[in-house]
Design a binder for this molecule. Structure first.
Ligand SMILES: Nc1ncnc2c1ncn2[C@@H]1O[C@H](COP(=O)(O)OP(=O)(O)OP(=O)(O)O)[C@@H](O)[C@H]1O
Length: 324
């Protein structure tokens, strides 16, 4: 279990983490989400005692990291996959870590096998791809067989097979009763991996909630409709009080209605439909909705208002079939 209370970190004038309260529980994969610069790495570094909080507190299993008698046996972490002495082999790197934490040599072989690096164990890590470095970082995190695991962007640089492997590993570690805290920018991946979410924006905790609850609270389902008669159907739908917005490729999104209601409305008016589908909101939809305001680095998008974030660009309200 990881518990943060009032956790705060300032770098000069910059408040990187601002009175953060959250709990990361066992038996669960907890996703740590936030836009670039939101404070994820700083939070993880404070959990591991690498950065000292300016105020507040964070504990692992009720103790500060620095007070843990055998840290690697209690917490395993992957923060910077590349932060490995490049001249050492993967085996040597892990063996050094094992020795300094009183762990047996056989554990090095076990974790190398677990992450699929046994065939390159003797090679210097400077020749490793980012994906191989990630696997080595995961091996190091697992070395002490700890109950608490933290991974900062673990699927960075991994190929699709590697991504599926990490997903299964995280879920398996949680199923074994461990506390798994993982950050990732890949929303679709996070949606498949995490049960619980801690969302941070500009250093503040914006949500600490279940995955389903988070999506339901921050995004709405809609009905996607394509029709050669949108110019007539749109006003009919709007008359019934449903919100109609342009979707991509000439389709529209209808909010507030079920697919049956939209289909019936079209049928009663004798209008053809080429597509009618109920669409559940994604984690990405909910995340963008919640964090749009807390994006620190915003990119301009052609056609968007000044300073509007590319990812946070909102779908323009239009008359169905008309122009934005
Ligand atoms: N050592 C430091 N000195 C000054 N500012 C820092 C330092 N470390 C982080 N920051 C600032 O604190 C804020 C939070 O940074 P942090 O790296 O924790 O964010 P993050 O959520 O991990 O971002 P990313 O997803 O881009 O890795 C940023 O504005 C960053 O520039």
């Amino acid at each position: 279990m990881i518990e943060a209370r009032g956790l705060t970190k300032r770098f000069g004038d910059k408040v990187a983490v601002d009175h953060a309260d959250f709990t990361v529980r066992p038996n669960t994969v907890t996703g740590f989400l936030g836009p670039n610069g939101a404070g994820k790495s700083t939070t993880m570094r404070m959990i591991l005692g690498l950065d000292r909080p300016t105020a507040g507190d964070v504990t692992v299993n009720g103790r500060h990291y620095r007070d843990l008698p055998a840290p690697l046996r209690e917490v395993g972490a992957l923060l910077e996959a590349r932060a490995v002495h490049g001249g050492r082999s993967a085996y040597h790197h892990l063996w050094c870590l094992a020795q300094s934490n009183g762990l047996p040599r056989r554990r090095v072989d076990e974790v190398l096998g677990l992450v699929g690096l046994d065939s390159v164990a003797g090679k210097p890590t400077r020749g490793f791809s980012l994906g191989m470095s990630q696997r080595l970082g995961i091996a190091a995190a697992l070395l002490g067989d700890p109950g608490v695991l933290m991974f900062d962007e673990p699927v960075n640089g991994l190929d699709p097979e590697g991504i599926v492997w990490v997903r299964r590993l995280m879920r398996q570690l949680a199923a074994e009763g461990r506390t798994v805290f993982v950050s990732s920018h890949l929303m679709s991946e996070m949606a498949l991996t995490a049960d619980h979410l801690v969302v941070i924006g500009r250093g503040r905790i914006l949500a600490d909630t279940g995955m389903r609850e988070f999506i339901d609270a921050n995004a709405t389902s809609h009905v996607r409709v394509r029709s050669p008669h949108l110019d007539r159907l749109g006003p009919l739908l709007a008359e019934r009080g449903w919100r109609v917005e342009d979707d991509s490729d000439g389709a529209v999104r209808v909010y507030g209605a079920t697919a049956d209601q939209v289909g019936d409305t079209a049928g009663e008016a004798g209008l053809w439909l080429h597509e009618l589908a109920g669409v559940q909101p994604s984690l990405e939809d909910a995340f963008m909705q919640l964090t749009g305001e807390s994006v620190e680095y915003q990119a301009g998008v052609p056609g968007a208002r000044d300073g509007q974030a590319a990812d946070a660009a909102t779908v323009a309200m239009t008359q169905p079939g008309g122009k934005a």
